[in-house]
Design a protein around this ligand. Structure first.
Ligand code: C5P
Length: 224
């Protein structure tokens, strides 16, 4: 299989999701939101009452995870389904993200989800968003992007997003939880969050989404 792949890795809140979505639209390629896989696994594990210490049943769950990605007719967006039911915003909370990151630090769980992610590499191409897309899942990807931003910038962005949704939050608590999740993702023994060799590193702290997107597209066009 040699369909081209563009990987976008980086910490949460750096703007990966938005950039990956726009890149996928731009090239007309599907998008792999690998974080959603870990989030759905976290949800399924919680429902099954499995703690991160119960590795064997977790691997079993990850291997047979009844997860599908389905295009929603109304919005045209791809949504994650667990057991045939859309999980919607259940996986989009900060708690769901933190839970996902706990299960994601288990090497056996990651191994069980590897092939499922690689299966997304089909013609005409793939945009893959995550933490280890360029390092582990698609090491031979044509284009590797590492998108980052300071923890303060990411906490501020999240704070604004929540405020727009009418959800109250403490900026201080958000910053602490972002730092804790970064720390766990960066220091875990398997697939730690680091830029892939040769990745194009963009710091979005002082850039708008449009500015990041144009830098990334320019780079990508040169590489493909
Ligand atoms: O990207 P997102 O915030 O949805 O990811 C949620 C969590 O899933 C991350 O904090 C990380 O721990 C884990 N993850 C991962 N590898 C990926 C994608 C996500 O470990 N490729």
């Amino acid at each position: 299989n040699n369909a081209p792949v563009i990987t976008i890795d980086g910490p949460s809140g750096a703007g990966k999701g938005a950039i990956a979505y726009r890149l996928a639209q731009h090239f007309g390629w599907p998008l792999l939101d690998s974080g959603a896989i870990y989030r759905v696994l976290g949800l399924a594990a919680e429902r099954a009452g499995l703690s991160p210490a119960e590795v064997e049943p977790l691997v079993e769950l990850a291997t047979h995870l009844p997860l599908t990605f389905v295009a929603d007719d109304a919005s045209g967006e791809v949504v994650a389904n667990l057991d045939g039911q859309p999980v919607g915003d259940l996986i989009r909370t900060d708690e769901a993200g933190a839970r996902a990151s706990q299960y994601a630090s288990i090497p056996e769980v990651r191994a069980a989800l590897l092939q499922r992610q690689r299966d997304f590499q089909v013609a005409p191409g793939l945009v893959a968003d995550g933490r280890d897309m360029g390092t582990i899942v698609f090491p031979r990807a044509e284009v590797k992007i590492f998108l980052t931003a300071s923890a303060e910038t990411r906490a501020n962005r999240r704070f604004k997003q929540l405020k727009e949704k009418g959800i109250s939050a403490s900026l201080c608590a958000l910053l602490e939880s972002i730092k804790a999740r970064d720390e766990r993702d960066r220091t875990r023994s398997v697939a730690p969050l680091v830029p892939a060799e040769g990745a194009f590193v963009v710091d979005s702290s002082t850039l708008s989404i449009d500015e990041v997107f144009s830098q990334v597209v320019e780079y990508t066009k040169k590489k493909l």
